[in-house]
Write a protein that binds this ligand. Structure first.
Ligand code: MN3
Length: 250
């Protein structure tokens, strides 16, 4: 009996402290604190493209070399230049890119579109690799099973987010404010780091479903492109980002 009272007391105490430390829904202060713990937290509106971590033809046959070349050297380069041009004002000098994202409604749509375009692609390149047959393992695998039931079920949910996104946009797997994995999609160059996005979180996997990402090779067959993506997912990097994100929201 005494033990029961103690454990009930402990649960109430824990619940109180959890609530006090983590208001729901998570606010901008919460996200800014979480984002500051990420490896990419030093990015600003004046950041540069990183070198592509593999050759343009390295992801064939899932993604053809010409698409990779145009996507990286034209599209991503343009988002980067346009972001840099749009963020030269003094109001951007002391802000990181992630700080801008947490109050993105305060800035011109040019900053949102090109800041998103810069970051989303920077992230996307790291999440693919010229490997095949990799699957999620360890804590990431456990979390996927917990949130979706199985890896196959997760792939179906994420794949549908990409296939069904109307027009241009992105599919996302993110760690939300409670540390759980969630799938979502966004239009344009929006992402889950932005205050204007319905499902907020720290992205750990993403897929570009703009036509420029697949049209040369797949034309209107977006579902084929989405299926081919699973052959080149860099699960090691997804795991690293998952571990980092879970620590950041704690
Ligand atoms: Mn793109």
């Amino acid at each position: 009996m005494k033990k029961q009272i103690v454990s009930v007391f402990a649960v109430v105490l824990f619940a109180t402290f959890s609530f006090a430390g983590k208001p729901f829904p998570a606010d901008n202060a919460f996200w800014n604190k979480a984002f500051a713990k990420l490896a990419e937290s030093q990015l600003t509106g004046q950041s540069k493209q990183l070198p592509l971590p593999y050759a343009y033809n390295a992801l064939e046959p899932s993604v053809d070399a010409k698409t990779m070349e145009i996507h990286y050297s034209k599209h991503h380069a343009a988002y980067t230049k346009n972001m840099n041009d749009a963020t030269t004002g003094p109001e951007y000098a002391s802000k990181t890119l992630f700080q801008l994202f947490t109050e993105i409604e305060k800035y011109p749509v040019l900053v949102k579109n090109n800041g998103g375009g810069f970051y989303n692609h920077l992230l996307f390149w790291t999440l693919m690799a010229p490997v095949s047959g990799q699957e999620p393992t360890g804590d990431l695998l456990k979390a996927i099973n917990e949130s979706f039931g199985s890896v196959d079920k997760f792939k179906e949910v994420f794949g549908n987010a990409g296939k069904k996104q109307f027009g241009s946009g992105w599919a996302w797997l993110s760690v939300n404010e409670t540390g759980k994995l969630v799938v979502s999609s966004t239009p344009n160059q929006d992402n889950p780091l932005m205050s204007t996005t319905e499902v907020r979180g720290i992205p750990v996997l993403t897929l570009d479903v703009w036509e420029h990402a697949y049209y040369l090779q797949y034309q209107n067959r977006r579902p084929e492109y989405v299926e081919a993506f699973w052959k080149i997912v860099n699960w090691k990097e997804v795991s690293r980002r998952y571990d980092e994100a879970v620590k950041a929201v704690k």
